[in-house]
Design a protein around this ligand. Structure first.
Ligand code: MRU
Length: 364
């Protein structure tokens, strides 16, 4: 997607040296557009742990490139297995991380160590390119839903609600939940997006609003608690979110607070769609509530807020009195029964085992 007229992906290999890895430092957005240069495995791991990069598909792509950087230092089989295992531990919930590293290892285990670095870069590039193509496919299948809503209310604006950031910053390009929104906006559909701020890390306020603003998509940031009220008053036509892991039975792990939006949508008889590339499906688990590990992050993300003060300084302030503990589960699971459907690069389906197997029969 373009930033001030320049087309970017969210991860790329440096064009000048041909091997170092470039990312945006997402912890600095929306206040600064800083591009980082990653040259080691540890820098790639730090970027994922510290959430300089985040979002399930992007974490997978950066981990794949992180293994490329590791192999430049030591391409032996022992080192490769150790480095892949280390990168796999950087975040627990998004399955794309493990999927990407498994794919890299499958490709590289049978490659002689002398050829491993080149083969690794080729595989990481394929993972990134395929993610772009998958997200574009999600965009096209999701666009049809927005077109249907627009056709049902001629002359009126389509109002969508999204949670967290599932835009191009969370993938290699396009995004998952935001891809249909970009395509609908580009197709001339009059739409507006309610953007959940997404406490505690504010990916909605800091990243989704920034993305939509750069692309010229009308949007309004709301407190996370406002969505149910807006739904009750006819101000939302459809909710659409991304996901970090979907079970084979259609349960959806996504940023904390997603479940409450799904409940509110069901109570108001509104569609609640989840957009994902197939790389986000964990075919090894069925029950999302018991089988998906939920990341527990630092309580400081709840007690503290970072933003820009009136004089332009970036400052962190504490909003909770000293002595009060805070808890910070970073994801929740929305049971498939609350999900209207899944939007994948192969089309849309029910959030059920039968629905998913209908689109991916090779997994039967
Ligand atoms: O903790 P994050 O910011 O990595 O969480 C990201 C999300 O929950 C996104 O909604 C999800 O990865 C889908 S993004 C395509």
């Amino acid at each position: 997607m373009k930033v001030d007229g320049v087309a970017y992906r969210s991860v790329w290999v440096d064009a000048e040296d041909g091997w170092s890895v470039r990312i945006f430092d997402q912890t600095r957005l929306p206040w600064a557009l800083d591009i980082l240069r990653l040259t080691t495995r540890d820098q790639a791991a730090h970027a994922i742990v510290s959430m300089q990069v985040r979002g399930a598909p992007l974490i997978g792509a950066v981990a794949a490139y992180g293994l490329c950087l590791a192999l430049r230092a030591d391409a032996s089989s022992d080192a490769m297995e150790r480095d892949a295992a280390m990168l796999a531990e950087t975040r627990p919930t998004a399955i794309n991380l493990r999927w990407a590293l498994d794919r890299m290892l499958t490709r590289l285990r049978n490659t002689p160590s002398t050829g491993r670095v080149d083969a690794a870069y080729a595989e990481a590039a394929a993972i990134a390119d395929e993610d772009v193509a998958q997200c574009a496919g999600i965009g096209r299948y999701g666009l049809e839903l927005i077109q249907e809503i627009a056709a049902s209310k001629p002359g009126q604006r389509v109002n969508l609600l999204t949670h967290c950031n599932a835009g191009w910053l969370a993938t290699v390009d396009w995004g998952t939940a935001l891809a249909p929104i970009y395509m609908a906006h580009d197709a001339g559909i009059d739409l507006h997006v309610w953007v959940d701020e997404t406490r505690p890390r504010n990916q909605g306020a800091a990243l989704t609003a920034w993305e939509l603003g750069r692309h010229g998509v009308p949007h309004t940031v709301i407190a996370d608690n406002a969505g149910g009220h807006l739904m009750q008053h006819g101000m939302v036509d459809m909710a659409i979110v991304g996901t970090d892991r979907v079970t084979r039975s259609g349960d959806v792990a996504n940023k904390i607070g997603t479940y409450l939006k799904a409940l509110a949508a069901r109570d108001n008889n509104l569609p609640f769609w989840v957009a994902l590339p197939s790389t986000t499906i964990d075919w090894t688990v069925s029950d999302g509530l018991t089988e998906i590990p939920i990341e527990e992050r630092s309580p400081a993300e709840v007690t503290d807020l970072t933003g820009r003060t009136a004089d332009g300084t970036i400052a962190t302030i504490r909003v909770v009195a000293g002595g009060s503990p805070a808890a910070n589960p970073a994801f929740d699971v929305t049971p498939g029964r609350l999900v209207t459907g899944l939007i994948t690069e192969r089309g849309r389906c029910d959030a059920t085992a039968e629905g998913l197997l209908g689109l991916f029969p090779e997994r039967a």
